[in-house]
Ligand binder design. Structure first.
Ligand code: ZN
Ligand code: MN
Length: 492
């Protein structure tokens, strides 16, 4: 990003649906894909006189997420009404948290090409979701329907500081949130099912030689519904703001209000929609039907105990404990804890973490992708892969043959030894046998031997080729080379 004439400043607001079975303030199901308006009750459709009751499980998950995001936890927190009118919100207010969010002041470490970077998190709060409008579903462009199944579903709103300095970082931050929350069992973060949604605030800073830096008005881009959309929208909007700043002096002087925009995926551009509303427009006030929440030590400790190892710590540990590169550690971690556990088991059994990592990041991940499968269903168990690594070393299988053994094991569910037998690979196990073969090859190639002795080290290749042919590639090339040199030195 060093070649841009401006600096990009991005902050993200992420809404994540919590993995509870029931809604935040009533017992209705949160299951995705139920018939419209079937998972509703007087509480979540806002009938007069009903009383909401907080789902303690939702608060549990929210605490776990906030701790994983390194947040401070408020010991006293309350609910507020955010008032606005929209057909998918029958109560005319959303129960949210305003001035006393249950957590604040956290950070998330994201991997970047320049190393890991901390992104500040200003607050994380709990709130209920609204329903969903379905436009033009049945009336040929003339109807709008509303489905209230989602109304009252628990959402976690995670607000970052504007610490993201590029579209790539924004995408990496979102991916890290998804990985983290999936790993700790807080959300499935399925973007296409709406359980992870993202709004982005973006502006740019343009240096002006000696003059003050020009800061463009912040634009909030709503409802970015894929990782790619986030990255593309950020790129587009930064450049759009730059061009507008070049063109328009008022804009350049910051005399234009903040705005809200949408993202047109098809045309690949942002569309500025309206001047942004301020918090005062929502007339927040404390929710009178819910008691404030007091978080005791025991509750907090319980949430902490359920977190497990977080991705950033896991990446560091894989580098330190197994000597993996940060890149490889990132690849393993990004696939989730189950794959990391698989790797650790293969590494422990084979005693060779580097080779275990190579097998997994290359062949195993490719096989999983090809079979559209998760590691827990993978037929080649960790002990089998460790066995293959052991055989590979014991009999000096080259890469290509090891790959054939791997495929055979995967297809037939057999052990490495069985696969080697079935493929008719005759291992040249002892160096004794290999020495014999090398001696024969030397005897058959006196010219190559003479050339080698005369300093033409390349001549050894011809002998090596003969040996590899005879052993059908089962000998390890580096061992063959070593024996050739030793034997040539012994010949008079
Ligand atoms: Zn309900
Ligand atoms: Mn919200």
């Amino acid at each position: 990003m060093a070649d841009l004439p401006y600096r990009i400043v991005i902050g993200l607001e992420v809404h994540v649906q919590l993995l509870t079975r029931t809604k935040l303030f009533c017992g209705c199901s949160t299951q995705f894909g139920l018939p419209p308006n079937s998972a509703t009750c007087p509480v979540c459709i806002g009938m007069p006189g009903v009383l909401p009751v907080m789902n303690r499980r939702a608060f549990d998950l929210a605490l776990r997420a906030a701790l994983a995001l390194n947040c401070q936890i408020a010991r006293f927190t309350k609910w507020d009404r955010k008032n606005y009118y929209y057909p998918d919100l029958p109560k005319n207010y959303q129960i949210s948290q305003y001035d006393l969010p249950f957590s604040y002041d956290g950070w998330l470490e994201i991997p970047t090409p320049a190393g890991s970077k901390r992104i500040g998190i200003s607050r994380v709060h709990l709130e209920e979701d609204a329903g969903k409008m379905l436009h033009d579903e049945q009336g040929g462009g003339r109807d709008s329907l509303v489905d209230l199944n989602r109304a009252g579903t628990p959402l976690l709103e995670i607000v970052s500081w504007p610490d993201l300095a590029s579209p790539e970082e924004a995408k990496a931050y979102l991916e890290e949130i998804r990985l983290l929350l999936r790993e700790i069992g807080v959300s499935d973060c399925e973007m296409q099912e709406g359980s992870l949604r993202c709004d982005a605030n973006i502006n740019i800073h343009i240096p002006q030689g000696d003059g003050p830096v020009v800061k463009t008005p912040i634009v909030e881009i709503k409802n970015l519904n894929s990782f790619r959309a986030v990255e593309r929208a950020m790129k587009y909007e930064a450049q759009r703001q730059y061009e507008e700043a070049l063109r328009d002096a008022n804009y350049r002087l910051g005399q234009v209000a903040k705005a809200t925009a949408g993202w047109d995926e098809v045309r690949g551009r942002t569309i500025v929609q309206r001047r942004k509303e301020e918090a005062s427009d929502y007339r927040y006030f404390p929710e009178p039907d819910l008691v404030p929440v007091v978080v005791e030590d025991a509750w907090l400790e319980h949430a902490r105990a359920e977190m497990g190892e977080l991705p950033a710590a896991q990446r560091r540990r894989l580098v330190e404990q197994y000597g993996l590169s940060p890149y490889d550690a990132g690849v393993l971690t990004s696939q989730g804890r189950a794959l990391v556990a698989y790797f650790e088991d293969v590494a422990r059994r084979s005693g060779d973490a580097r080779t275990a990592c190579n097998w997994i990041t290359n062949q195993v991940l490719a096989s999983l992708k090809e079979r559209k499968m998760e590691i827990k269903d993978f037929p080649l168990h960790s002990e089998r892969l460790a066995e293959l690594i052991a055989e590979q070393k014991a009999i000096g299988l080259n890469k290509q043959m090891a790959g054939e053994v791997y495929n055979h094991m995967l297809e037939n569910g057999c052990s490495a030894k069985e696969a080697i037998d079935a493929l008719g690979i005759k291992p040249v196990a002892d160096t004794g046998a290999l020495v014999e073969i090398v001696r024969r090859a030397l005897a058959a190639n006196p010219k190559a031997v003479a050339d080698f002795k005369a300093g033409k080290t390349k001549a050894a290749q011809a002998i090596k080729g003969a040996v590899m042919r005879e052993t059908k590639g089962t000998a390890r090339p580096e061992v063959v080379e070593q024996i050739i040199v030793e034997q040539i030195e012994k010949t008079p």
